[in-house]
Write a protein that binds this ligand. Structure first.
Ligand code: CS2
Length: 488
């Protein structure tokens, strides 16, 4: 049996290892959401920053519920392999930037201590769109969100992101410790300001004075994050074992491409992430819109239509000629809704995206991307659709994506196999038992889900007509025929 990965010693030549001595650097970041994406993205940039400039910037990784990340990482001294999978092959790289891995459930005291520690300068977050409990309409808390409800009821014993951060900012203020910078790394539009208004509203309800302090003193730089990171499988761990000669329970696989655009607003300091290629800008919004609408919007479109057409992986979708046309069509339609982005060639970006999606070495499941649609559709599909409507541009691409998602919410494939939607609104999205499933009925049902489909779209005859036509086609002829028709 191979030894477990736990040091940089004894790794084969071809495996990249950090050039710094991990123990020489103390933690300066607490990261909440210790999943594959964090390990393939921010932790890698931090590894590059530590190599380039050193500093006390290692990461204390925290998961809110799952004990698995800590159980996998801790016996390995928090070292793990990233498998960067590109056309030229797979590159294994061992990352040393994580200093400790904790789970709020089991290591509560240690997590709270880390959040209050003056050495913690940044708290970064990847808890997925649904993890925050934001009411997207008001920008404040969604009081129906389980963690928000629990933390508003008992703010001294926080469980969720807003409750924890507000609690920690209170403790720091009381102890005369400067607040940390809050760095949201989830695929949400204006993610920094969004989390800022969430925390301000949460504090307003529990600790009004702190609310003013957060508003005046805490920095919330916005970011655009990008790296395709499929959920880890047994094959990932097997390949990590083969390439490193060590058993690694915490390995992740991802594409070679990565991008990070960040607003440079770090009053508490930051690692030299530019050493890993991060781009610091004044205004992240145009980059976010580009990525959310082009990459993520196309991802959602191809996930719903591809899944229902029987494609398990994104690479299979791209190998289907009609769907490959749909991908290009969606990328172009999304690009047409964007403002000017100096120095960025959107055609080249679209072409690169199609290549990245087609990566034959990544087993990225359409079903993975399809999850949490109610949290993803607004910024990925509805926002550009509204922009297209405003600009009198064609709506077909967005209407097709919406119809594909609507069909997906029925929860069964065309040959009758049922699947879970894995969406926080699952119970509301699914049609009522026994209801007649006409396009009109489905559109009405989903249109009535509060705060989901924007009013301006629901009120637009042009939009409703385009969605209805697509959905009727999908229901009548099946997804593959609907795709073939739309692609001609
Ligand atoms: C994907 C993203 O699962 C999804 O919804 O669209 O996770 C996507 O792979 C990343 O944002 C790429 O940076």
């Amino acid at each position: 049996m191979s030894p477990r990965l736990s040091s940089f010693e004894g790794l084969p030549e071809g495996v990249a290892v950090p050039a710094y001595r991990a123990q020489a650097h103390r933690p300066g970041i607490v990261h909440i959401g210790l999943g594959a994406f964090h390990k393939a993205h921010q932790a890698v940039y931090t590894d590059d920053a530590l190599t380039a400039e050193g500093g006390d910037w290692r990461i204390i990784g925290v998961s809110l519920r799952s004990t698995a990340p800590a159980e996998e990482l801790t016996p390995q001294n928090c070292l793990y392999t990233t498998l960067e999978r590109g056309a030229e092959g797979t590159r294994a790289r061992v990352i040393g930037s994580i200093a400790a891995a904790l789970c709020l459930q089991g290591d509560r005291e240690a997590v709270l201590r880390a959040l209050c520690d003056p050495a913690t300068k940044i708290v970064s977050l990847t808890v997925t769109e649904k993890g925050y409990g934001i009411d997207r309409k008001s920008g404040g808390v969604d009081i129906g969100h389980p963690a928000i409800a629990a933390d508003l009821a008992d703010p001294a014993n926080p469980q969720g992101v807003a409750g924890l951060l507000v609690w920690a900012l209170h403790q720091r203020r009381a102890a005369g410790v400067a607040p940390f910078t809050v760095l949201c790394c989830d695929n949400l539009p204006e993610n920094g300001p969004l989390v800022r208004s969430l925390l301000i509203d949460f504090a307003r309800r529990t600790d009004p004075e702190l609310s003013a302090h957060i508003s005046a003193e805490v920095a919330f730089p916005a970011t655009m994050v990008d790296r395709i990171t499929p959920a880890r499988s047994d094959a990932t761990l097997r390949l990590a074992g083969e390439l490193t000669g060590h058993a690694d329970a915490a390995a992740v696989e991802c594409e070679t491409f990565r991008q990070w655009v960040i607003e440079d607003q770090f009053p508490t300091g930051r690692p030299a992430w530019e050493a890993g290629g991060a781009l610091f800008v004044q205004d992240v919004r145009p980059f976010e819109d580009m990525k959310l609408r082009m990459l993520n919007g196309t991802h959602s479109m191809l996930a719903y239509s591809g899944f229902l057409a029987g494609h398990k992986y994104v690479r299979d979708v791209l190998a289907d000629p009609a769907l490959a046309i749909m991908v290009k069509r969606h990328l172009a339609a999304a690009a047409a809704t964007l403002g000017d982005l100096p120095g960025v060639d959107l055609d080249a970006y679209a072409e690169d995206l199609a290549k990245r999606f087609a990566n034959p070495h990544l087993a990225h499941e359409t079903y993975q991307i399809a999850m949490d649609g109610s949290e993803k559709m607004p910024q990925r599909i509805f926002a550009p659709a509204m922009e297209a409507l405003r600009r009198h541009q064609p709506l077909d691409a967005f209407a097709f994506a919406t119809a594909a998602w609507m069909r997906y919410t029925l929860g069964h494939t065309e040959d009758g196999k049922s699947y879970g939607l894995r969406d926080p609104l699952e119970a509301k999205l699914r049609p009522e038992e026994g209801s007649a499933l006409s396009a009109d009925r489905i559109m009405e049902h989903l249109g009535n889900v509060p705060n989901l489909i924007p009013h301006d779209l629901r009120e637009s005859d042009e939009w409703n007509h385009a969605v209805r036509e697509n959905l009727e086609g999908i229901l009548r002829d099946g997804m593959p025929s609907a795709i073939a028709r739309a692609a001609t």
